[in-house]
Ligand binder design. Structure first.
Ligand code: ADP
Length: 366
């Protein structure tokens, strides 16, 4: 099962275990530790007193007391002392030891705060990377739903350069499609004239528009349609042509469903099913549903997560999405960010999610 990065207060989560970024005494402190003890009540402190403390990089388990979770796993992160003093290994050890304890207690879901990234001063970006790497490494071998809880937005922020680069890309693409009317030079009256079929539309309509803006040639027989040369997305196609194309297109694509296309692509790429759904950050049960239901209709995020896991090109991604009834449009920031990563050959679902998060978009996977 996958890793989910969420913004929340960890004490509010209903899952089998939450992890506490504790101090070596295990007797409570500030930050997330204080919040957990406050919400769990005095019973937690009484139980912690019996544990005899905990060393850096290790983990100990208690009950959840008044919290909505069954267990609290207390782990002691390293204090940041410049990064050359084994901090990374100690932080890795915190995640691994906590996940091991969760596994031993048959937890199906566990939530982590970003250990050491508060009072202990570990740089947030690096702390996030250690967390994501350790958790994904664990999830290759084990089935568990792991939440990484980022409390404040700054804990989960891409570098300024990447942010600026993506923002510029979004601006470019928006400029590309966000003018529907253009002042005509010729008529001299400065009246607005319709110049294109791509425009700012609500998401559903823009998807429909993007689909109908696919290549169309009137004289082509249906069986030739797949051979058509690409036509620029900005089209002034008459409404009738657009409708005809949509029908022909729909009929042509009817023969392969999303799940069939997905399974075919997995085979073509020589991947195993589990490697694919894990890389997509998609739950095993959901993948089984897709596998067994030929007409399964995934969410757009799930469909894109698979395209990313399969490292599809932009055209292949659009094709796979179309089979689930979706398109990538320049009227949506989410879509443009996806396009940004695919065209740069960056298929790291967690990096993509960090960028989506930074731009307040829905995240990939389940
Ligand atoms: P440490 O001493 O290991 O640095 P802190 O509690 O100071 O631990 O901070 C660890 C991380 O937990 C920080 O990123 C902080 O923002 C976050 N945090 C604080 N309170 C909560 C909470 N209630 N839920 C989730 N995360 C929290």
């Amino acid at each position: 099962m996958p890793l989910q990065i969420i913004r929340n207060d960890i004490t509010k989560l209903t899952c089998d275990a939450i992890v506490n970024a504790a101090n070596p005494s295990l007797l409570g402190g500030g930050g997330v530790d204080g919040a957990i003890h406050k919400a769990a009540g005095k019973g937690l402190l009484r139980e912690c007193r019996k544990l005899g403390g905990c060393k850096t990089g290790q983990a100990k388990l208690t009950g959840g007391h008044d919290l909505p979770c069954k267990y609290v796993i207390h782990t002691v992160g390293p204090k940041w002392r410049g990064g050359q003093n084994g901090e990374r290994e100690q932080l890795q050890s915190c995640y691994r030891a906590s996940l091991r304890l969760a596994l031993e207690h048959e937890c199906q879901s566990v939530a982590f705060p970003l250990i050491s990234s508060g009072v202990y001063g570990y740089p947030k970006e690096q702390a996030l990377k250690v967390a994501v790497d350790c958790i994904t490494e664990f999830l290759i071998e084990h089935d568990m739903l792991v939440y990484l809880v980022v409390f404040d937005k700054s804990s989960f922020q891409i570098s300024e350069k990447l942010f600026a680069d993506i923002a510029a890309f979004i601006d470019d693409k928006y400029v590309d499609t966000h003018f529907l009317f253009r002042r005509t030079q010729q008529d001299g009256r400065g009246e607005s004239t319709f110049v294109g079929a791509t425009e700012i539309l609500p998401p559903q309509e823009s998807e429909r528009a993007a689909r109908s803006a696919e290549p169309f040639r009137e004289d082509a027989a249906p069986s030739d349609l797949h051979k058509l040369p690409p036509v620029a997305a900005k089209t002034t196609a008459a409404p009738m042509q657009t409708m005809e194309f949509s029908l022909a297109d729909a009929l042509r694509r009817e023969d392969e469903s999303f799940s069939q296309a997905l399974l075919r692509k997995i085979d073509e790429k020589g991947m195993t099913d589990s490697a694919c759904y894990k890389k997509a950050n998609v739950d095993r049960k959901l993948f089984s549903k897709i596998r067994s239901d030929v007409h399964y209709h995934p969410s757009k995020q799930t469909a894109i997560a698979f395209a990313i896991a399969l490292e599809l090109s932009l055209d292949e991604t659009k094709d796979l999405l179309l089979k689930a009834g979706f398109a990538l449009s320049h009227s949506s920031k989410f879509d443009i960010i996806i396009e940004y990563f695919i065209t740069r050959g960056n298929y790291n679902v967690f990096e993509i999610n960090e960028a989506l998060f930074a731009f307040d978009q829905a995240l990939l996977g389940v």
